[in-house]
Design a protein around this ligand. Structure first.
Ligand SMILES: [Zn+2]
Length: 434
């Protein structure tokens, strides 16, 4: 899938070897890619590990690692040539002095929190570019009493000598490397057939299967609620990964990571609806750049807040409006401190979520619920398995609604001042205290 840079990543095969009582893991990454210009040198992102060997199309290649990059000098590749690069490496699960790494340790195992700092390249060499999506096969080898976990479908479990097992997962829909999940621990996989034939797959601590079963059963209804508004679920599998330890919440393709303690302590309806929505906006349709992140976070917040309001007061437009009014009240303060939703300051996060949701709500208020739903379904249909920019969203909204909503959305997405909410002239938003 097209991205920036001098090659397109097409398909990854990643394997990692976990051993109890050791923080070191051996790994192999094989990337199939296509050169978009003649190449005598290219780079993968890789931090925090040691590279032992690199081959390109089966031939040993010279390489060099510097500042979280792995530079590879292959035999010369022509523009358009497909090539396969294989990297044998070792990583240590160490988050560094500032704790910015992706590793989350448990007593016997680990999980990954890749989105905190886009650090999946600390786990395996990859092209760390959210716009360059590729298909994945991830194989996790671990002691047989533990379960190796990754997103996608479990396609093979191979028993190995020394009481070990390799579990191979396949993700047939392209995904950015940063959106993967890999984990090992004392987990059980629970599967059943869900709405519209989607395979529902949860991965939970084996000791908590009984305790979590009832809350996990809510996911089927959550999926039905979202498909009623957005159309078919974009993948074949969905479920929650509930790791031990404090991890998440965040989404990865086909899998929402919400830690077991959070799930056990309450229904977590908003969080679950928010993360589930990311399968449409985030995973299937991926924001093209960080400035477009409101398209993922704004949608997830919009549908999460709507779902929560709808559970408490089914079908009530007022309950949803009340929730949006609360965020409207905070919007000016957020714009002052974090910038507008589609041009945020580097350290931000709230404005994409709450401000992005308000922009969508303003669009819905302007064109009406039916046309709004038509716009949303068109976006998830047209940009499925691809990337979406703010300009793409505006263009689709204009075309599908037949209304010139450019000025309205531009104001909501880029203005320093919170715009008035269509249909709610009485809503007020306070500036940040001076
Ligand atoms: Zn989110």
């Amino acid at each position: 899938m097209a991205g920036t840079g001098d090659y397109d990543a097409l398909d990854y095969a990643v394997s990692l070897e976990y051993r109890s009582a050791s923080k070191d893991m051996a790994g192999t990454t094989t990337l199939k890619a296509r050169a978009t210009q003649p190449l005598s040198r290219f780079a993968l992102d890789f931090g925090g590990g040691t590279v032992d060997k690199v081959t390109v199309d089966g031939q040993q290649a010279r390489f060099e690692t510097r500042e979280e990059k792995l530079y590879v000098s292959p035999h010369r590749l022509a523009r358009g040539a497909e090539f396969t690069v294989t990297v044998d490496y070792r990583v240590t699960r160490d988050n560094g002095p500032e704790g910015h790494g992706p590793w989350r340790e448990i007593e016997d195992g680990f999980a990954i929190s890749p989105q905190t700092h886009q650090t999946m390249h600390h786990v395996f060499p990859c092209k760390n570019d959210i716009a360059d999506k590729a298909t994945f096969t991830i194989t996790v080898t671990a002691p047989a009493r533990l379960t190796g976990v990754a997103n996608g479908d479990l396609v093979e479990t191979t028993p190995l000598a020394g009481d070990r097992a390799a579990r191979k997962y396949r993700m047939v829909h392209p995904m950015p490397a940063a959106d993967g999940q890999i984990a090992v621990g004392p987990y059980s996989r629970l599967t059943h057939e869900g709405p519209d034939g989607v395979t529902m797959r949860d991965v939970v601590p084996t000791a908590q299967v009984g305790q979590l079963r009832e809350t996990l059963a809510r996911t089927d209804d959550q999926l039905r609620w979202q498909t009623a508004r957005l159309g078919p679920y974009p993948f074949g599998t969905y479920g929650i990964f509930a790791p031990l330890g404090a991890v998440g919440p965040y989404e990865s393709q086909t899998m929402s990571t919400i830690d077991a303690a959070t799930l056990a302590s309450g229904p977590a309806d908003y969080v679950r609806a928010h993360e589930l929505n990311h399968q449409w906006f985030g995973a299937s349709v991926t924001p093209k750049t960080l400035a477009d992140d409101w398209l993922a976070e704004g949608h997830a917040h919009f549908y999460g807040a709507w779902y929560e309001a709808d559970l408490a007061h089914p079908g009530s437009a007022e309950a949803f409006a009340d929730s949006m009014r609360m965020f409207y009240g905070m919007d000016q303060n957020l714009r002052d401190t974090e910038g507008p939703p589609a041009a945020p300051k580097p350290i931000s996060g709230q404005i994409q979520r709450a401000g992005g949701a308000l922009a969508l709500y303003a669009l819905r208020q302007t064109v009406g619920p039916q046309l709004f739903e038509k716009v949303e379904r068109a976006v998830v249909g047209r940009f499925k398995d691809g990337v979406l920019s703010t300009a793409d969203y505006l263009k689709t909204a204009r075309e599908v609604s037949g209304r010139d909503v450019t000025a309205l959305l531009t104001d909501w997405l880029y203005a320093k001042k919170t715009p008035p909410m269509p249909g709610h002239p009485d809503w007020k938003s306070d500036a940040a205290p001076a």
